[in-house]
Design a protein around this ligand. Structure first.
Ligand code: E4P
Length: 217
């Protein structure tokens, strides 16, 4: 399972990269705005800065919603760096654009996916990644994990190569459950990765070992 971090914060990306388990980064316009990144030039530079920190794929989202606009914006993003994956919303024009990008060898991440039917369409269009937003489904009392399970089944039935990128991960249990269900990738906040480290028996066990080790000196 690949681990992506879902942030545009360079310090958090560096911290996750330093742990040695980071495979990529996802961003979205809200995460960029949260970091105060505005203006086309600064946004493009910020994507480059992220690519220079991590080795893996970096999703950069288009904001156009018409086919020509998505293609123009996505082509510009893809030219920035070979790690860039063009993130395209699950709308009709987006599906057409994903098909276009696929034909040009440009990697895509189909975002804002909330149903198995949408995931099927994304795979048919050749998306590199599909991003089901499980946390946002949980927020409206719908089982987000069930969607991951459905997509896994459908993709396996037809051997689709589109990778399931479990998105809108909110906590460590989401990560573990997505791993059990066979999601190819998860993207979440730094806390969802850091949380995997923690167990009270590890802490108390280490404290006891260190206490006992004092007698060695
Ligand atoms: C996915 O790529 C999105 O950036 C993200 O996971 C959305 O998460 P949220 O629902 O916590 O905003």
């Amino acid at each position: 399972m690949k681990f992506f971090i879902d942030t545009a914060n360079l310090n958090q990306i560096r911290e996750a990269q330093d742990l040695g388990v980071l495979d990529g980064v996802t961003t979205n316009p809200s995460l960029m705005a949260k970091e105060g990144i505005t203006g086309r030039k600064n946004i493009l530079q910020h994507y480059l800065d992220i690519c220079n920190i991590v080795d893996g794929d970096v999703s950069a989202e288009v904001v156009a919603t018409d086919f020509d606009g998505i293609v123009e914006e996505g082509t510009e993003l893809a030219k920035l760096h070979d790690q860039i994956v063009v993130k395209v919303p699950m709308i009709k024009e987006g599906v057409k654009a994903i098909k276009y990008f696929t034909s040009k060898g440009i990697k895509t991440n189909c975002t804002l996916v909330f149903s198995a039917g949408q995931a099927l369409l994304a795979a048919k269009a050749g998306a590199t990644y599909v991003s089901p937003f499980l946390g946002r489904l949980d927020d409206i009392s719908t089982d987000g994990l069930n969607l991951i399970e459905e997509i896994r089944l459908i993709y396996d039935n037809y051997e689709f190569e589109t990778q399931i990128l479990a998105a809108s991960i909110r906590h460590t249990m989401h990560v573990i459950n997505c791993a059990k269900l066979g999601a190819d990738v998860m993207t979440g906040p730094l806390s969802s990765i850091d949380g995997l480290l923690k167990h009270p028996l590890t802490d108390s066990g280490l404290a006891k070992f260190l206490e006992d080790a004092k007698s060695f000196i």
